[in-house]
Design a protein around this ligand. Sequence first.
Ligand code: C5P
Length: 231
Amino acid sequence: MKSPIIVALDSATQAEALAMADRLDPARCRVKVGKELFTAAGPAVVEALQVRGFEVFLDLKFHDIPNTVAAACRVAASLGVWMVDVHAAGGEAMLQAARRAVDSVSLPPLLIGITVLTSLAEHDLPRIGMQGPIATSVERLARLAQQCGLDGVVCSAVEAPVLRQALGAGFALVTPGIRPAGSAVDDQVRILTPYDALQQGATYLVIGRPVTQAADPAAALHSIFDSIVHP
Ligand code: C5P
């Protein structure tokens, strides 16, 4: 089975990220490179991870005019990454341009939409021009992403059942906020265990600190993988 685990390499330097990657098994996880690491280390860190056998989720959450996002997506796709993401709130033209851009390479990455950032609370929405419950906005933006040909969205595992029902089996749900039973919650609010998140309809699990801050990251990853395969 191809592992659904994506380990977030939230490091400030390439050396740190690669030291962590060297403790992980690419047969048990993919890795996520976010804004901090990519700003510090650029495409070189992506390539170094690929050389080590990892598939890379380049999590840069592009959000700009369609032409600019398309150009960025084309470059990201040409790095050979496995997954890239854009803000669904960038609108239909931007999402369609992103789709066409990633499809310009022979092995396109999965193109994933961000709906509503989970750091936003309901009371924040009116101040950024959104009304009503967060779940309604999440579903609306996820539907837009699907209509524009995106492969999935990032969402909380708590939102996964509703989105799975609304968007069907083939749409990828990428879920952070995952905590193995008994591990520190950190600053996450709505958390699920890896097994429960998959049961709720998640396709991929983004897991950071429970692996990267563990005394033995390899053992932590192994145990999470086992909890999914042999629950
Ligand atoms: O360490 P932890 O498991 O909380 O890391 C989760 C990763 O997922 C981090 O890289 C975080 O930025 C990211 N993320 C998140 N919640 C979102 C979107 C992304 O925690 N809604």
